[in-house]
Design a protein around this ligand. Sequence first.
Ligand code: HPA
Length: 248
Amino acid sequence: MPSPHNAANLGDIADRVLLPGDPLRAKYIAETFLDGARMYTDIRNVYGFTGTYKGVPVSIQATGMGVPSFSIYVQELLDVYKCKKLIRVGTCGGMSVAVKVRDVLIAQGVSTDSSLTQQVFGGAIHFAPIADYDLLSKAVVNAKKFNLPVKVGNVVCVDRFYNDYSDPNGVFGDGKRSLNEKMVQYGILAVEMESVALYVLAAGAGAQALAIFTVSDHLVTHEQTTPEERQTSFNDMIKIALETAIED
Ligand code: HPA
């Protein structure tokens, strides 16, 4: 077995990989959207599948939640399996009121409280983690082609799902506004927990990366959705991701 956390042999994983956090979502995507899907790993029940979409080999690799778990699976995809196009398909929490629950959102860039970029650059450079422009522009064109609205912009990738950033009197605020409000002022659309690792690790390996999300909850409006509505926007996101993944 060439990698400690993945049972795949070399050649089992396609160059193009979709990355959901949830293993059961990986299974759903593989069974619903791919032809001839075969599971190549179930170590820790973090499933990976390879099949074809419109005749092109595509893999779906679950990653777990948060930068540390995500980084393990993605670093191995890059270093061991030499994957070239990585598209995260996840959920995010809306922060800007311009973003609605169920929207599909694409991370053009990522701000973060994670120490990952500091670890990589030794603190000397505040690296700007950005989407691969080719994948980003193709995803926007594909979304338009299928009449699926998408929003593109900056997101914040956080280490703690439960943090203090909404507190106006907290150490991160200025006593008048919470850090969340300040981030929205500066154009941050939503919060999530993995994409900084995707953009930094892929950049280091010379691979293409893109993070696409559905907005599952909203920190300000607390909008609710039904499971059916969530499933529809999830399927829209997967269609955009797969159509983008298979293009050359
Ligand atoms: N916070 C962080 N990550 C998330 C959220 C959130 O509210 N929703 C989906 N991913």
